[in-house]
Design a protein. Structure first.
Length: 385
């Protein structure tokens, strides 16, 4: 059975329109404040999102993610650049005329309205006929598994249920574009995980809806997004599929931000195919050299990126291992994270995640085995050690 939310009338068309990105930011700059006190919260930001894509805007606090989303929704005005929806320039359009669904962290439900009236709010504002409102509200509540709660007030719902209602309210207007600004940030860890699964289900049920998902949580970005846009200091630094950014990080920032990484400064030696010999001090390692391999000319300084879970902590002198001193140990439930000073890699502490609860006293000597190949090469934007 077709889902009514996936086939809004506005999208049904017999003629093929020229393919325009669903969302386009063209060199958008947003500044807050005036004169000397002004800060660029978004700087020369360019991004194209195809129809039906889910893009995560991922970055640390203050990197400009929410500002990008607000510029698209019309809540802030760019000082330069244009914002387009399906090719239409909406930069000067008020928010209500953009036809975008927005979900924010704080739910923002009307406390005195029952769930069904909260969900109907945007439809009434758009003067949709009453019979259609009833149908759309019940479709939207069904999408988020909240049909049984239509008569409740927001205060009679849990945080997760309130956020589902907020999502239903955004979906009820059948938007082409849905913006989600840290929608799970107010929920506890267990609930966040189950909501990620619900959002995956929703994303799959709405293949024509373009979603822009703002988060600082890399696991949410990896789970939900077809592509991840990494932001730092008001700018886009990297964009790619979750798999690309994870397994072949284009920059040390992205390598570190997506899940933690040991970044070892190295010098590239001989490259053969996608394998490179690299030297770190007097030690040689084999790294994988992602395409385009012309970046890895002999003598180039680079980072060798090794994920903590790829490191093996062994006994001292175990075959193929380097000697190391334990400088820290934190049990994290499923894993124990060790911080290690490896002999011959001065000024560099490496992190290793070991399954289960493992004890090695601080200052004890252990062996550490690197994966094979040892890691993936990452371009060094600045000086490496
Ligand atoms: N209304 C405002 N007035 C002045 N400065 C602002 C305003 N809103 C945001 N900023 C500043 O703009 C920068 C970007 O903020 P933004 O909220 O876009 O970041 P963010 O990446 O979404 O951060 P977070 O993850 O903490 O929400 C920050 O330095 C912030 O302090």
């Amino acid at each position: 059975m077709s889902n009514p939310l996936t086939t809004p009338t506005a999208r049904v068309s017999g003629t093929a329109a020229p393919a325009q990105p669903s969302i386009a930011f063209d060199r958008v700059t947003v500044s807050y404040g005036r004169g000397k006190k002004s800060t660029d919260a978004l700087l020369d930001f360019t991004l194209r999102v195809e129809r039906g894509e889910t893009i995560a805007l991922l970055g640390p606090s203050g990197s400009g993610k929410s500002t990008a989303l607000k510029a698209l929704a019309g809540f802030v005005r760019p000082s330069a650049g244009r914002v387009r929806l399906s090719g239409r320039d909406v930069t000067d359009l008020p928010p209500a005329k953009r036809g975008i669904g927005v979900v924010v962290q704080s739910y923002a439900l009307f406390p005195h309205m029952r769930v069904r009236d909260n969900v109907a709010f945007g439809l009434k504002a758009r003067r949709i006929p009453k019979a259609q409102i009833t149908e759309r509200v019940s479709d939207a509540l069904a999408m988020v598994s909240m049909s049984d709660y239509a008569s409740r007030l927001p205060r009679e719902l849990s945080g997760g249920q309130q956020q589902r209602v907020a999502i239903a309210r955004a979906l009820a207007i059948r938007p082409d574009v849905l913006l989600l600004d840290e929608p799970l940030a107010a929920l506890d860890a267990a609930l966040r995980q189950s909501m990620v699964i619900e959002l995956q289900r929703l994303r799959d049920a709405l293949p024509d809806t373009t979603m822009l998902y703002v988060t600082h949580d890399q696991s949410e970005a990896l789970a939900l997004a077809s592509r991840v846009a990494v932001m730092r200091d008001a700018q886009l630094v990297d964009i790619g599929t979750a798999d690309e950014l994870w397994s072949r990080p284009p920059s040390s920032f992205t390598a570190g931000f997506l899940g933690g990484a040991n970044l070892i400064g190295c010098t590239v030696g001989r490259v053969s195919g996608t394998t490179a010999l690299v030297s770190v001090g007097d030690k040689m390692f084999t790294g994988s050299a992602p395409a385009p391999t012309r970046r890895w000319a002999p003598g180039t300084r680079a980072w060798l990126c090794i994920r903590p879970h790829e490191m093996e902590v062994t006994t001292l002198w175990a075959a193929g291992s380097l000697a190391a001193r334990v400088t820290g140990s934190v049990w994290r439930g499923a894993t124990t994270r060790f911080t290690l000073a490896v002999d011959g890699l001065p000024d560099q502490l490496l992190e290793a995640d070991v399954t289960g609860r493992v004890e090695h006293p601080i200052e004890s000597r252990v062996g550490v085995r690197f994966p094979n190949p040892t890691g993936v090469l990452v371009e060094a934007a600045g000086p490496t050690r």
